[in-house]
Ligand binder design. Structure first.
Ligand SMILES: Cc1cc2nc3c(=O)[nH]c(=O)nc-3n(C[C@H](O)[C@H](O)[C@H](O)COP(=O)(O)OP(=O)(O)OC[C@H]3O[C@@H](n4cnc5c(N)ncnc54)[C@H](O)[C@@H]3O)c2cc1C
Length: 338
């Protein structure tokens, strides 16, 4: 246990091995994969660098294909999807979950619910007061980072982009200190040039991302300032983007907060700051019989692979719960996903 240095920060571990500040930034950046600061996150996150050394996977057809593949399998097994359906309440009766109520007023009786909205949405009453006490609230200062993103379709010149590109800030420590206030004046920019696996057409598709404080539940500030800083930095790094004819879709922390209620726009649930952070995420089981959690805010954490793993843990917990209740899921029984 002590050999893995459980109390050392990621930045501390990186600094012991690397003298060059730029290399420290490169390896310190792994903390942001889980929306955290390298100056507060545990060194264990360097495992991500180790895993990436083995190679990085992409999905044919893009990430959306993962969701489509799940949909195909679930439908084949008899599951029913309700898209664009807001769940308003998870109802209980006699101390256990017994139904889901949608905003269209549909009442869906059930014996178990797996909620993959952010756990804080349950804790803050977004699914009704009855179940809010069964999950702990997440204080705003424990949230992971949010981001402002620009999906851009534009012509680029200056130098050929790679698939993944990072334009680092000059002073990483100052950048993360500034993140406590909102957007940093000199931000690190991630740019994914997703068409760079083959021949690039006249215009190319890009995702540009800058981390920010998860303050999406407050009034938006400095959005123009950060967009100007982004454009200026890319230009001064030698990358020219023809903004005049570009198609741009922007999502700010406020936008992420609207998509993921009760998060402030935090993309990864609780920040992975300090040794105990991993143990503070809620597990699949809650105090309410029949209510289970999955997703980025639950154990083992955020990111598509981990969120998928938490789904598996939740599925196991539901099967055990139903077995302990003396009921079993019959093969012809329908699974409803809203
Ligand atoms: C810009 C960005 C970049 C990212 N980059 C990466 C990356 O490179 N690699 C990686 O692994 N991860 C990445 N992530 C994180 C990853 O997307 C998440 O960790 C993962 O999607 C979490 O899955 P989930 O099922 O918990 O939640 P989500 O994918 O957030 O799904 C939860 C869904 O529940 C819905 N919902 C909430 N409340 C209700 C309600 N009351 N009724 C009905 N529906 C509701 C929400 O609208 C949402 O669609 C990124 C996230 C963002 C935003």
């Amino acid at each position: 246990m002590m050999k893995i240095n459980p109390f050392e920060t990621l930045w501390g571990a990186v600094s012991r091995h690397l003298k060059d500040e730029r290399l420290r930034q490169l390896f310190g950046r792994y903390a942001t994969y889980v929306g955290s600061s390298p100056f507060q996150a545990v060194a264990t996150l360097l495992l991500i660098a180790h895993v990436e050394q083995e190679g990085v996977w992409t999905v044919k057809g893009g990430m959306h294909e993962v969701a489509r593949a799940f949909e195909r399998v679930i439908k084949r097994k008899g599951g029913i999807f309700r898209y664009d359906t807001h769940v308003q309440r998870i109802e209980t009766s006699q101390g256990r979950v017994n139904a889901v109520v949608t905003s269209q007023g549909e009442y869906i009786p059930c014996r178990a619910v797996i909620a993959n909205a952010d756990a804080n949405a349950i804790a803050t009453g977004h699914f009704g007061a009855e179940i809010s006490k069964t999950v702990k609230t997440l204080p705003a200062n424990a949230r992971s980072l949010s981001a402002i993103t620009w999906c851009v379709n534009a012509k680029t010149s200056g130098f050929p982009l790679a698939f993944h590109n990072v334009f680092f800030s000059r002073d990483y420590k100052r950048e993360f200190e500034a993140l406590h206030q909102g957007y940093p004046p000199d931000p690190t920019i991630y740019l994914c040039a997703q068409d760079r696996t083959g021949a690039v057409a006249d215009k190319e598709r890009m995702l540009i991302l800058i981390n920010s404080q998860a303050n999406g539940d407050h009034i938006e500030k400095n959005r123009d300032m950060i967009e100007n800083a982004m454009r200026k930095k890319l230009a001064s790094s030698g990358l020219d983007i023809d903004w005049s004819s570009a198609k741009i879709t922007t999502t700010s922390p406020q936008g992420f907060h609207a998509l993921f209620p009760a998060t402030g726009g935090a993309l990864y649930g609780r920040a992975s700051h300090g040794f105990y952070a991993s143990f503070q995420r809620p597990g699949a089981k809650t105090k309410m019989p029949g209510l289970f959690l999955a997703g980025g805010s639950a154990h083992p954490g955020a990111g598509v692979p981990m969120a998928a793993y938490s789904g598996r843990l939740a599925a196991d917990a539901v099967m055990n719960f139903l077995a302990s209740q003396g009921s079993r899921v019959a093969s012809n029984q329908k699974l409803t996903l809203a």
